[in-house]
Design a protein around this ligand. Structure first.
Ligand code: G6P
Ligand code: G6P
Ligand code: BGC
Ligand code: BGC
Length: 968
């Protein structure tokens, strides 16, 4: 009998142990979870797999943690956790930085959580109204930050989780729903600035105290993590600078079945009975909303098997949700005597024995331990990723944590910590409990976002949609057509100038040349030797010469005297003063040409404004200046625009190159056009390079809709008001100044530098385009901003630096986008010319802005591909400037000139003088006479044979023809 009882008890124990064992995770299990989580994180970040990833990795557009400069008065809503709160948050910055909060908790009845979207949002607005009333601030239109603890993608609810299931909300914009509800109520207005996940709110709340806090963890009703990720790893955003907070939404981990091996039948039952079956599987194993429910399922099972409560399942135990996680926390408390456990069970009408209480406690322990371990394994994956991101052997990091499970459960936080320590041994993780909830963090984000919103108000017009860019592309294509047509060219703004360059280098060029390169950042003189032994090689020697402003703005004669003087110096240095080398002249201004060695300047652009040059042929002016000196001679064979020089330089390496693009001091492009489309030059065969001079696009008012007040100010202050309006929105000579003007205006409005404006900031040209490039550098950008702004006399806060970075990005992005649209028009023209559906081509590019700006090239290429999807464009950077290309053009011109000379020499032998002709006539006459005379006829060279035809037709049929076949 005793044995039988002992046997029964042992078998019962075995059954219980088996159930408990299914919740025990080995070290291998946990490592596998960590590795799988890591894989899923990467999946969510990758562009290709992001849309189907179970760990959604949602960008939050929060790019930094608080820096203490946030300030203002904000409203915050906090929806999605155990409590719904409305808060008023007052933030003070500076030395006495502080946050004061007033909050009120409101209930959300179940029928509202699971009713219609309208009912839910009307209820929220009702609670806000009560709060405003209660605080006596109904009239104030405060900025509002909304902690909305559900997965949102760019403000749109992806799907409800936890206990919410209101209809008509999924796929909708959360701010819109709230705004509409406020409108429906029509009682007050709010400025809804930011929607924030609770993980992000928590990270920010903790980040306010500890700048090392770059992770936010929620172990509460739901389970989730956010962390600061390197921008370059977030493929879907395609940006490389800085960091952004990613809301992982790790609750969905395992929804693809990847952790099914550790899910128990109880997990599956809980899932099936939930509001969102099949979803949030990891959350359902780790968060407060579900742990009690798992325990309930186990208890029912154990009771059914007669292992608990004498086999009696009470009615309450059958009720879903009755076993709350708070019971689990209480039962597991070490301080609780078994008697008290029994009391808790009694609330569920469960009549428990002492043994029952022990078993229930064991069950609770197994379920919560597994939850904490799983959570720890997931977190280990995140901290490890952060360590690897930073390339560190050892990482020290703070995790901000919130949530009832973490806060109330007696063992959860300890087990979590231990697991992380074990699974991420190289990371020293500090857990910081968020004392103030997510509302504070949401208010901090709102403070930053509010400022950026205000900035964006200014810069709104600079953000060009793809629709606008496509429209600009179409406009530019029309301008190109006008420029090419004989009828419209005289009035066209985009001049489409024929260059008389007919092909790119073919590899046969050779010789010793001089290239002058005037009009960009530097005035260069080069000697280019192209030799042709085994293969074509180019050897170059370069000197840079200064061109002082007074020369650029003085008389044309002085300017060309200066050029001639520098050339003389160069030839002296090269010891070639006695030679007459062929010269190619890169002259980077719009010139009308009727042949290669002539260029009539239409108008000065950029920094130049020398008098008496516009309307004159620059080759003549230079020749005159050289002659005047008389100490050397030069043979200027070609005038070449820098775009053409660039196309030729790149064409030397890539035969497919048929576009030359400059984004430097100025901007412009050239391309190979079909002769049949060029009305201004005779002939229909082959192609000719057209210098578009697109800098003047918009000079007829066609870009007024996108020009801003800052663009107009730039134009007014320039050397050539009303001209080169497109160039002034795009190129390096103007970009820094554009940013400066925006900064001044923002500072005046109190949006920057606490409203302080320094004389340096007010000085034209003090903020240079190279500063824009430095500030947009991914790693040190913000430090550079601080350095540059400090030099301008302002004491920028971290937030000022972020704002200035933002302005730089918007201005330089606009430039790249605009160039993408005009370039797109050229690409479309080339594609149509070739009659292909997909264009494969190479664009040769040069210019300081393109080369020095860290993001420009990538942005330009990306937008171009988007605007002209049916193309495969290679952007080839010109490494050696336009000089090499100009030398190539000169080589071709020289070769042609040489050929002409040779032909002339050869043909010269065939040329007969008048004298020679008279002599021939005389000799012929003598020979004819000799041939006719009987005496000499026999030996005559001109045979003069009678034909017996006696006359020309006279109607009688008889005639004589003399056959004067010459024998010579
Ligand atoms: C935070 C919040 C909540 C949030 C919660 C998570 O601090 O302010 O809104 O959702 O913690 O915990 P809970 O246990 O309430 O879900
Ligand atoms: C080229 C040249 C320059 C030209 C420039 C444009 O390669 O050789 O003379 O004008 O690039 O760039 P920049 O930034 O100097 O205006
Ligand atoms: C939600 C998350 C949230 C978490 C914690 C999950 O159910 O999907 O957005 O952060 O709960 O509240
Ligand atoms: C000039 C062009 C030149 C471009 C790039 C513009 O201002 O008009 O001829 O190609 O600058 O240097």
């Amino acid at each position: 009998m005793v044995t039988a009882v002992a046997y029964r008890l042992a078998s019962q124990r075995k059954q219980i142990d088996e159930i408990l064992a299914s919740f025990q995770l080995s070290m291998e299990n946990l490592i596998e979870v960590k590795n799988k989580m890591r894989e899923e994180l990467e999946y969510g970040l990758k562009k290709e797999t992001h849309p189907i990833a179970t760990v959604k990795m949602l960008p939050t557009y929060v790019c930094g943690t608080p820096d203490g400069t946030e300030k203002g008065k904000f409203l915050a809503l906090d929806l999605g956790g155990t409590n719904f709160r409305v808060l008023l948050v007052k933030i003070r910055s500076g030395r006495r930085k502080s946050v004061r909060m007033y909050n009120k908790i409101f209930a959300i009845p179940l029928e509202i959580m699971q009713g219609t979207g309208e009912e839910l949002f009307d209820h929220i607005v009702q609670c806000i109204a009560d709060f405003l009333e209660y605080m006596g601030i109904k009239g104030a239109r405060l900025p509002l930050g909304f902690t909305f603890s559900f997965p949102c993608k760019q403000g749109t609810l992806v799907g409800w989780t936890k206990g919410f299931k209101a209809t008509d909300c999924e796929g909708e914009d959360v701010v819109d729903m709230l705004r509409e509800a406020i409108k429906r109520r029509n009682e007050f207005d709010l400025d809804i600035v930011a929607v924030v996940n609770d993980t992000v709110g928590t990270m920010m709340t903790c980040g306010y105290e500890d700048p090392n806090c770059e992770i936010g963890l929620i172990a509460g009703t739901g389970s989730n993590v956010c962390y600061m990720e390197e921008m370059k790893n977030i493929e879907i955003l395609e940006q490389i600078e800085g960091k952004m907070c990613i809301n992982t939404e790790w609750g969905g981990f395992g929804d693809n079945g990847c952790i099914d091996s550790i899910r128990t039948k109880y997990d599956k039952e809980v899932d099936e009975g939930s509001l969102n079956p099949g979803k949030q599987r990891y959350e359902k194993m780790t968060s407060g909303m579900y742990l009690g429910e798992i325990v309930r399922q186990i208890l029912i099972d154990l009771t059914k098997h007669g292992l608990l409560f004498r086999g009696q399942i009470s009615e309450p135990l059958r009720t879903r949700g009755i076993f709350e996680t708070k019971f689990l926390s209480q039962i597991e408390s070490d301080r609780l005597a078994l008697l008290q456990v029994r009391r808790i069970l009694q609330q569920l009408v469960l009549d428990s024995t002492c043994d029952d209480s022990i078993i229930v406690k064991e069950v609770c322990g197994a379920v919560s331990k597994r939850a904490a371990q799983l959570c720890g394994a997931g977190l280990a994956a995140i901290v490890e990723k952060k360590r690897e991101n930073r390339g560190l052997e050892h990482l020290k990091i703070t995790v901000g944590v919130d949530g009832t499970l973490y806060k109330l459960h007696p063992h959860f936080s300890r087990i979590l910590r231990e697991t992380v320590k074990e699974l991420a041994p190289h990371c020293d993780v500090t857990f910081m409990l968020s004392e103030d909830g997510s509302g504070k963090g949401a208010a901090l984000i709102t403070a930053v976002a509010k400022r950026l919103h205000n900035i964006d108000k200014y810069l709104y017009a600079m953000r060009l949609s793809d629709e606008t860019l496509l429209d600009i592309m179409a406009r530019f294509r029309r301008e190109m057509q006008n420029g090419l047509s004989r009828d419209f060219n005289p009035t066209a703004t985009v001049k489409m100038l024929p260059t008389f360059v007919r092909s790119i280098p073919d590899g046969s060029e050779k010789g010793d040349f001089i290239a002058l390169d005037l009009g960009g950042s530097y005035f260069r003189i080069l000697r280019v030797k192209v030799s042709h032994e085994k293969k074509q090689t180019v050897q170059m020697e370069t000197e840079i010469y200064n061109t002082p402003e007074d020369i650029m703005h003085g008389s044309g004669t002085r300017l060309f005297d200066h050029v001639a003087e520098c050339l003389g110096d160069f030839m002296e240095k090269q010891q070639i003063k006695d030679k007459k080398l062929p010269v190619g002249f890169t002259f980077s201004f719009p010139c009308r040409q009727t042949k290669l060695d002539e260029g009539v300047l239409i108008t000065w652009t950029k920094r130049f404004k020398a008098s008496g040059v516009e309307g004159a042929d620059v080759v003549k002016l230079l020749n005159r200046a050289i002659k005047k000196r008389g100490d050397y001679d030069a043979d200027i064979m070609a005038v070449v625009n820098d775009t053409v020089g660039t196309m030729m330089t790149c064409g030397f390496d890539d035969q497919r190159c048929e576009v030359g693009l400059i984004i430097g001091t100025g901007t412009n492009a050239c391309y190979m056009e079909e002769m049949r489309h060029i009305d201004l030059v005779e002939g229909d065969e082959g192609r000719m390079c057209i210098n578009t001079e697109w800098g003047a696009f918009g000079d007829d008012g066609s870009l007024e809709d996108i020009r801003t007040e800052f663009d107009r100010e730039i134009d007014r202050g320039s050397l050539n008001p009303g001209k080169q309006l497109f160039e002034k929105m795009v190129s390096g000579l103007y970009m820094g100044e554009l940013v400066r003007l925006i900064l001044v205006k923002m500072a005046k409005e109190g949006l920057l530098f606490e409203g302080r404006i320094t004389p340096e900031l007010l000085t034209k040209g003090k903020f240079e385009t190279k500063h824009v490039s430095a500030i947009e550098k991914s790693k040190e950008g913000l430090n550079k901003a601080k350095e540059i702004l400090t030099r301008l006399g302002v004491e920028p806060s971290h937030e000022d630096c972020i704002a200035v970075h933002h302005v730089c990005t918007i201005v330089s992005f606009r430039s790249a986008n605009l160039v993408a649209s005009t370039l797109g028009a050229i690409l479309n023209q080339l594609r149509d010319n070739k009659g292909v559906t997909r264009l494969r081509t190479t664009v040769g590019v040069d210019g300081s802005l393109y080369k020095m700006h860290p993001q420009y090239a990538r942005r330009l290429q990306k937008t171009t591909r988007r605007l002209v999807p049916d193309s495969e464009v290679r952007f080839l950077l010109s490494e050696s400037g336009s000089g090499k290309g100009a030398a190539m053009v000169t080589a071709v011109a020289y070769r042609l000139a040489e050929q002409h000379r040779l032909i002339d020499e050869t043909l010269a032998e065939f040329k007969l003088t008048h004298e020679q002709l008279l002599q021939i006539k005389k000799r012929m006459r003598t020979e004819i006479e000799a041939g006719l005379r009987k005496k000499t006829h026999e030996n005559a060279k001109v045979k003069m044979l009678p034909t017996f035809v006696r006359s020309t037709p006279d109607g009688t049929g008889s005639f004589i023809i003399i056959d004067a076949r010459a024998a010579w």
